[in-house]
Design a protein around this ligand. Structure first.
Ligand code: ADP
Length: 161
């Protein structure tokens, strides 16, 4: 069984994340989307909220499972018996950091490889940070996240759609 893990903050999940999930799920038997539980980051959405958002957004893909983790990704991947880590690359700015992490992970555990998917062009600019920035001023985020999430995000900033 080929299992991959796709880690991230997903705070909130965007069309860019969903695109990577849909594309990578086709390459493996099971894709585990693993939400990093990093309280130091002061997230907009709790882990519970992010799990439920991701479950809702991926329920059309049967081989996707949602979980969360603390600590090192490579340890989580080993525990989940995943042999592949999936990461999305948007721009060269992502590349340097991602390369360093992937190389470090391979030294720690040579059984686990990282696969990078390049972003779809229409989502190349998109990040959770951009979504939060626009939403915090009450701007239109409907091009960035699925319709069902728009209200949930505005709600965090006390805006009505
Ligand atoms: P961000 O807060 O930057 O959106 P996450 O930690 O949630 O980041 O991202 C998880 C993974 O998804 C990372 O590998 C990131 O590069 C990737 N990713 C995020 N947004 C996109 C996008 N628009 N297109 C492709 N990959 C993306």
């Amino acid at each position: 069984m080929k299992r991959a893990i796709y880690p991230g903050s997903f705070d909130p999940v965007t069309f860019g994340h969903i695109d990577i999930i849909e594309r990578s799920a086709k390459m493996v038997d099971e894709l585990v989307v693993a939400i990093l539980n990093n309280s130091a980051k002061n997230p907009l959405f709790s882990i519970k909220e992010r799990v439920s958002m991701l479950e809702e957004m991926t329920n059309h893909i049967p081989n996707v499972k949602i979980t969360f983790f603390d600590g090192l990704l490579i340890d989580c991947a080993r525990k989940m018996e995943a042999s592949i880590i999936i990461r999305g690359l948007r721009a060269v700015t992502d590349f340097e950091y991602e390369l360093q992490i992937a190389q470090t992970n391979r030294i720690v555990n040579s059984q686990i490889d990282t696969i990078f998917l390049t972003t779809s062009l229409e989502y190349a600019y998109l990040s959770s940070t951009i979504v939060k920035e626009v939403a915090s001023y009450g701007g239109d985020i409907s091009h960035f996240v699925p319709e069902q999430l728009v209200e949930k995000i505005y709600h965090k900033y006390n805006y009505k759609n």
